[in-house]
Design a binder for this molecule. Structure first.
Ligand code: COS
Length: 390
């Protein structure tokens, strides 16, 4: 039987006292240390070092890392809360916890204990950032079509090929990279590896010039006889693609959280503005057209937030419908973020179209959430497959 919707559990998530405290602590940190730099980070397309330092000092840069590797051992909901709150003020900065989780999740899910011990403590201390290398120029949505090869040569793996659109590349120390080890085997011929920025034959390309999230460097990765120790394979050969997909179950809700944060940030700015802005002798918040728009935006943000938290809770518990919920949360919340940020610019009028206010940046930043970690078209495909039990 299709397990989806067979037993809807609407009490499936609840924020604990600790979650509420975490949100308050992250929000305070963001207001003080991250928000003041957000416009400058965007304007100069620079990595948000202030955010990295503040998040690391407070232990918020990678809360998902288990305690046995020196981390906080926080659950998936907590990771979402951190990402949501950072994204509310600076989306570029929210990629620090988000990409740290994306890059390291394959290791947590599938790596040997030795490899975990090798790489996770440096992530937990904040000494190292993690990145995730799946996409290639000709293998974006169709990830199985990747061409990057890895072959075993004695006690080393040798990688050749290139990855594209890799978030936080250049600033990361560890890269989880997917490569073909058994050509012709499709998904079953793909394996995952952890590459260190200093490994011979590894190079990071030029920074992409992007519409948004300008503070998070996005580059290509090049592997030219890149040689890594044999024990840096993540799990068994041929299991890499499944690990990549299982990773997305854990991280697509975090993109949903990022989207909710952006939407909330834009909504807060717009609400404050319409209460101040006067036209036709009245504050524009007094016009019913504006009131109805605000009500719609708030309603959609809350719906997105609920779906994101529910998805995170389901994934945490490993429920059978987790893939559907992870995709739906990412897809719904990112569509909401795009709509809310666009309408927020509208509520600001001409002022919203300038860089004097944060909403145009938020609108540009929101767009990527509909694209990365699987386009929303791919999310709909994943959901439909789950619904049809395929
Ligand atoms: N958990 C566990 N296993 C999964 C899984 C999941 N969530 N999703 C897929 N798999 C398994 C499948 O069960 C299949 O294994 P079997 O053949 O043993 O059954 C294997 O992985 C291959 O999956 P599938 O046959 O569905 O592969 P497809 O090529 O048809 O499509 C999509 C997979 C399109 C869903 C995948 O390529 C995808 O998510 N693409 C988007 C990639 C992406 O998000 N890129 C963003 C880059 S990171 S910013």
């Amino acid at each position: 039987m299709n397990q989806l919707f067979a037993n809807p559990d609407f009490a499936a998530f609840r924020l604990s006292e600790e979650h509420h405290e975490l949100r308050a602590a992250v929000r305070a940190l963001c207001e003080k240390h991250i928000a003041p730099h957000a416009a400058d980070v965007d304007e100069n397309s620079r990595f948000p070092e202030e955010a990295r330092a503040a998040l690391t000092a407070a232990g918020f840069h990678a809360v998902h890392v288990p305690e046995q590797y020196g981390g906080e051992g926080a659950d998936g909901l907590a990771a979402c809360l951190v990402i949501e709150e950072v994204a509310r003020v600076c989306v570029s900065s929210s990629l620090i916890p988000a990409v740290n989780k994306l890059g390291s999740m394959p290791v947590l899910l599938s790596a040997s204990e030795e490899l975990k011990q090798q790489v996770l403590p440096t992530l937990a201390t904040g000494q190292a950032l993690f990145a995730y290398g799946l996409s290639e120029r000709e293998a974006g949505s169709d990830a199985v079509a990747m061409k990057t090869r890895a072959r075993l040569d004695g006690d080393h793996w040798v990688l050749n090929g290139a990855k594209a659109w890799i978030s936080n590349s250049g600033v990361a120390t560890w890269y989880t990279v997917f490569a073909v080890t058994e050509p012709g085997q499709g998904a079953a011929g793909i394996s995952a590896f952890v590459v260190n920025a200093g490994d011979p034959g590894f190079e990071v390309g030029a920074k992409e010039r992007k519409l948004g999230i300008k503070g998070s460097p996005t580059c290509e990765l090049y592997f030219t006889d890149c040689t890594i120790p044999a024990d840096r394979i993540v799990g068994e050969p041929g299991t890499g693609f499944k690990t990549a997909m299982r990773t997305f179950d854990h991280t697509r809700p975090t993109i949903g959280a990022q989207a909710v944060g952006i939407a909330q940030g834009a909504f807060d700015a717009a609400r404050a503005y319409v209460k101040e802005r006067t036209q036709f002798g009245r504050r524009i918040a007094e016009f019913q057209g504006v009131q109805f728009l605000l009500a719609d935006l708030a309603m959609k943000i809350e719906a997105a937030r609920s779906l994101v938290y529910l998805a995170a809770a389901k994934v945490e518990r490993g429920e059978p419908d987790q893939t559907f919920f992870a995709s739906s949360a990412k897809c719904f919340a990112s569509d909401v973020a795009m709509q809310v940020t666009t309408d927020a610019v509208q509520l600001f009028g001409g002022a919203g179209y300038t860089r004097d206010f944060p909403v145009e940046r938020m609108m540009r930043d929101a767009k990527i959430t509909q694209i990365y970690e699987g386009t929303n078209q791919i999310q709909r495909m994943v959901m439909a497959r789950a619904l049809l039990n395929r």
